[in-house]
Design a protein around this ligand. Sequence first.
Ligand code: PA5
Length: 423
Amino acid sequence: MIQADFTNAHTDLTDPALIARVADIHKRLHHHPDFMCGWVKYPFQVSDAEISEIAEAAQKVREKCSVFIVIGIGGSYLGTIAGVNLLRPPFDEGGTMGNPRIIFAGHHLSSEYYNHLMTVLEDPAEEICVCMVSKSGSTTEPKVIYAIIKEALRKRYGDKLSERITIITDFNQGYLQKEAQDNHIRCFEIPSDIGGRYSVLTAVGLFPLAVAGIDIHAIIGGARQAASVFMEPRLEYNDCYQYAATRYLQSAAGKRMEIFEVYEGNLLYFTEWLRQLFAESECKDGKGLFPAAMQMTTDLHSLGQFLQEGRQDFIETILFVENIEDKIKIPAGVAGNCTSLHCLNDIIRHSVCKAHQKNNTPNILLKISEFSAFTFGELVYFFEKACAMSCYLTGVDPFNQPGVESYKTELKESINSMINSIP
Ligand code: PA5
């Protein structure tokens, strides 16, 4: 469950014009959907049988490998890495047949990284499976890394390589569905009306997360719960829309940045996904809040200085997990009268909040009931919907990313002109 607390948000959400706009945008999202609004209803549209099919395919992959490589970038990998880091215990990296280690690739082009990856691929002690995720099937980084990894693995697995690959793509774009058909590779579809950063709850996230051993029925259960709770059109009763409206009002009032602050290390990758979701959706036409992230309490001893005394043009959105198994006790006298680690974490959160209130820094507190696949599904849906609402309030299209596309176009032109210049 997600509970929002706007006590320190310093915004007035009672303006009738704002309430009416939110209700209108709600209708736009639900009843006259823009083409890319497939994700709004997807948790209800995807059947339990389809999720079971993904889970069964993932189980077969789990049994076949000790290393599972997820190739993708942006929306095609950030939700998965967020889920893996949130839901796998911190010191359990897997690495055995039946519980593979998850390695990400195609999300950058660091030769140093891939030099090391090659040694893993060549290690006879490891059994490798690969998942190539690309909605467009044309993004350079994953396309190049997929080709490199395939070539390396073909030396090991020959004709049997296809059995070790899974492709996830939009059937109406790019070359990957054909690649799957021609080579008898298992392939899952990304619905055409769901964009990259809104696709975590489709096979894009579900399949690799299931290979990581995560209960994907529970993820969809959480998403369905959030979809029901946040279907409420009235701003007053909808925490998701209140969060969106608060961000929008703060941005309109001159704030330039939203800092996501997490008090659990395994939420850090979730903030990476949030950074992409909000930056690509909202930051256009010179508008939007720059999304930043901080891990508490670590960053209190570095960036905390900025929060307290730097330029006050940000809002803080705090993600705090309430119920954590609190079995570690602090020896008496070390932290005053506080003997519970989780309680101390919470006391620090309160203290930070109090200190920042001296500057009147707006903050929004999002309390998450616990770490679970269910709450992961809830969180993803909550933020997707809040982001879309926020963008429409701001007056930008939540579903395009012209800034990202312009670099992709430049890159393709540069590569092609290099190829043409080879004698
Ligand atoms: O949200 C988006 O659409 C982008 O961030 C994409 O996910 C990213 O550029 C990768 O694109 P693709 O999945 O087509 O390779």
